[in-house]
Design a protein around this ligand. Structure first.
Ligand code: CA2
Length: 148
C-alpha cells in the first residue's frame, strides 16, 4: 500500500493552544486524526510525526526512504532557514509537498523565502488544517500517476 509520511516541525505541537487568530483552533492531534481519516478514505497509509528538532526531522526524512513513498512537510520556521532540511529532502529522492497553515506570502517578508521550495513537487499554503487534506490527495494522485 502506498504510504505517506506527514512531518510537522517546530512549535506546531502548540497548535490550537496559542495564536488562534493566525493558526486556528485545530490542534495537532486533530490534524493527525484528520490525516488518518482522509488517508483511509483515499486508500493510502499515513504516518504522522512532529518534532521541534531539526536533526530529528532530518532523521525522519532519511528514514522515509524504503518505508514511505512520499512526504508532506510543514517544516514551520525551518522552512525559511534550513539548508540542511532542503538537502535531506533532495537526498532521499522521494516526492515531497511543502505545506503551511497560514498564507506565508501575506505575512512578514522573512516568511516569503523557502529553502524547501526548490526541492518539492508543490506547495500548499493558506488553507489551515484543510491544507493537509489537499496535500494528501495531491500526493496520492501524484504517486498513482507515477506508479510503474
Ligand atoms: O503557517 C504555517 O504552517 C507555518 O509553517 C507555521 C510556522 C511559521 O514559522 C511558518 O512561517 C508558517 C510557525 C508554527 C508555530 O506554531 C504555533 C502554533 C501555535 C502557537 C504558536 C506557534
Amino acid at each position: 500500500m502506498t504510504s505517506i509520511l506527514v512531518l510537522n516541525g517546530p512549535n506546531l505541537n502548540l497548535l490550537g493552544t496559542r495564536q488562534p487568530e493566525v493558526y486556528g483552533h485545530t490542534t495537532l492531534a486533530d490534524i493527525e486524526a484528520l490525516c488518518t481519516r482522509v488517508a483511509a478514505e483515499i486508500g493510502v497509509g499515513v504516518t504522522c510525526m512532529q518534532s521541534n528538532h531539526e536533526g530529528a526531522l532530518i532523521d525522519a526524512i532519511h528514514g522515509a526512504r524504503g518505508s514511505h513513498d512520499g512526504i508532506v512537510i510543514n517544516a514551520g520556521a525551518y522552512t525559511h532557514t534550513s539548508i540542511a532540511l532542503m538537502d535531506a529532502i533532495a537526498s532521499v529522492s522521494l516526492p515531497a509537498i511543502e505545506l503551511h497553515l497560514s498564507n506565508v506570502h501575506a505575512r512578514e517578508s522573512f516568511r516569503h523565502t523557502s529553502y524547501l521550495a526548490p526541492v518539492v513537487i508543490g506547495l500548499i499554503c493558506g488553507f489551515g488544517a484543510e491544507g493537509y487534506v489537499l496535500a494528501l490527495r495531491a500526493m496520492a494522485g501524484h504517486l498513482a500517476q507515477n506508479d510503474t
